[in-house]
Ligand binder design. Structure first.
Ligand code: PMP
Length: 395
């Protein structure tokens, strides 16, 4: 049965990681892999997470099944974290949250849910978008169409082109938006653009689907969710996929949430019953540990304070590195977009050949698209990274 299968090419990020590991140079810098790194280049367990794990170890009484929706407390607190505790949709009981295996689990189950709502649903995704969006959503059988998002010359949002394209969408089409910290570009919608997109979605009867995987790593927990919150105040139905991988550093614990905002509480119950049935037929129920840690943190004032302090420090570090890199590159060209962008990623805007030179001559690793992980630098390595980029673009 297996003999006719061909080996697929290796994922480019995994290939890059392997080459990086095998590179003997001691001053090599990895700007490829998408995990947060601290000044020492580590991805440590956050102290609030460690403290919560310790408490869990002492208080956990069972490992019995948790059910397809996951933990009720986690779901309630995640709804509040993303939407803000006072959000009208929460007060009107129109929000149903389920715990998922990471943001990927939320995205895929949202796609399976959409398939149940509308088997021929079309989802519009930004060009570019996170590389896994299309396999996750397309893999569920949804039709994917793309709207232009990033202007490749200025590396900023080409909002006019985005709006022009989405004017072609039909009522009932789904529009995937990045809640904050657009991956891979770092270019986010500003407040006026969020309002204009909300107007367009409302006028055309589209369904907004928000992926928010970096809340707290752009400008802060509330600021990063502002666009989503305001959109959800106006529209009757919204789907939100949220991840705890980055902001809690829980990557391998597979912790995320999927939120359905429905027009009425009654419709929300029916929709959730469908979603839960889809979950049951996919993975039955989510893993517990990561969500139990998040619930413990969000529900314990001193842990919450500790976590917010740590997250704010991560966020400030990224903002400082952004400012430092665009300043260090100023003599080589206009890299001010790096300082204006938000989150872990930006495109440098250099060619694949220049990316190759950076890797081979300077030991600086990034994706061929020139996407860099800003947090992959430290204040020690940044000057060398900037010098190498300046050298390569100046040739
Ligand atoms: N959405 C985006 C835009 C992402 O970048 C990621 C992680 N790289 C995710 C969702 C999902 O992350 P996870 O499944 O690890 O929570």
């Amino acid at each position: 049965m297996f003999e006719q299968l061909k080996t697929l090419p290796q994922d480019p990020i995994l290939g890059l990681m392997k080459t990086f590991r095998e590179d003997p140079r001691s001053d090599k810098v990895d700007l490829g892999v998408g995990v947060y790194r601290d000044e020492a280049g580590e991805t440590p367990i956050m102290a609030a997470v460690q403290a919560a794990q310790q408490r869990l170890l002492e208080t956990e009484t069972t490992k019995a099944y948790i059910g397809p929706a996951g933990a009720e407390g986690f779901n309630r607190l995640m709804g509040q974290l993303v939407l803000g505790a006072e959000h009208p949709a929460l007060k009107e009981q129109r929000v149903n949250v389920v715990q998922t295996p990471g943001g990927c689990g939320a995205l895929r189950m949202a796609a399976e849910f959409l398939k149940l709502c509308k088997p021929d649903a079309t989802v519009w995704v930004s060009t570019p978008t996170w590389a896994n969006h299309i396999p996750l959503l397309g893999g569920a059988g949804l039709t994917i169409r793309e709207y232009p998002y990033l202007d490749p010359s200025s590396l900023s949002v080409n909002f006019d082109a985005m709006v022009d394209c989405l004017e072609q969408a039909e009522a009932g089409d789904v529009v995937l938006l990045h809640g904050c910290c657009h991956n891979p570009s770092g270019a986010d919608l500003d407040a006026d653009q969020w309002t204009a997109i909300t107007d367009l979605i409302e006028r055309k009867g589209l369904l907004p689907f928000i992926d928010i995987a970096y809340q707290g790593l752009g400008e802060g927990l509330d600021k990063d969710a502002d666009g989503v919150r305001r959109l959800a105040e106006r529209l009757p139905e919204v789907i939100i996929a949220s991840s705890c991988s980055k902001n809690f550093g829980l990557y391998r614990e597979r912790t995320g949430a999927l939120m359905l905002i429905s027009a009425t509480a009654q419709q929300g119950l029916a929709a959730t019953s469908q979603l839960l049935s889809a979950i049951r037929s996919h993975y039955s129920m989510p893993p517990s540990h990561g969500a139990a840690v998040v619930e413990m943190i969000l529900d314990t004032p001193e842990l919450m304070q500790q976590w917010q302090g740590e997250l704010d420090a991560m966020c400030s570090r990224i903002l400082e590195l952004r400012a430092a890199l665009s300043q260090a590159l100023a003599p080589a060209g206009d890299f001010s977009f790096i300082e204006r962008q938000r989150g872990m990623f930006s495109f440098l805007g250099v060619s694949p050949e220049q990316v190759k030179i950076l890797r081979e001559e300077f030991g600086i690793y990034m994706l061929d698209s020139s996407r860099i992980n800003i947090a992959g630098m430290s204040t020690t390595t940044l000057p060398r990274v900037a010098e190498a980029i300046a050298d390569v673009v100046g040739r």
